[in-house]
Write a protein that binds this ligand. Structure first.
Ligand code: ZN
Length: 126
């Protein structure tokens, strides 16, 4: 049922793919996210890091994701668009600890306002 490479719009196949996952494959995706977390190593800062120089990628349902983005979106059930970046509060790019990840808009200076408005949370609150 997948209509690959048929997205008629320039906009956001990443968001559409995420939405499909959240709607149809959530449990499978969660299992995948948890297994990535289990495979990671906890460092002295509480980061769950992978032993790779670059952020780890994960393949799921025919598409490759950055593991941290995948984990954040799946566990929080957020279909992030390209305008939204998943950030590391801990500034450790390979960290996949869900508690260290937050989503923000590309417009950096608007980020806090946006998060407050969208989620009702203060992004600086730990
Ligand atoms: Zn971290």
């Amino acid at each position: 049922m997948q209509s690959k490479s048929e997205f008629p719009f320039f906009e956001d196949d990443s968001e559409a793919r995420l939405r499909t996952i959240l709607e149809n494959h959530l449990e499978e995706a969660r299992q995948r996210a948890f297994s990535l977390i289990r495979e990671a190593r906890e460092d002295e800062n509480g980061c769950l890091v992978t032993d790779t120089a670059k952020p780890r990628k994960v393949r799921f349902r025919g598409h490759q994701w950055e593991a941290y983005r995948f984990i954040h979106c799946v566990l929080n059930e957020v279909a992030a668009s390209r305008d939204h970046v998943v950030r590391h509060r801990c500034h450790e790019r390979t960290c996949i600890n869900p508690a260290h990840l937050e989503i923000g808009s590309q417009a950096d200076n608007k980020r806090d306002d946006w998060a407050n408005w969208a989620y009702g949370v203060d992004p600086d609150y730990l």
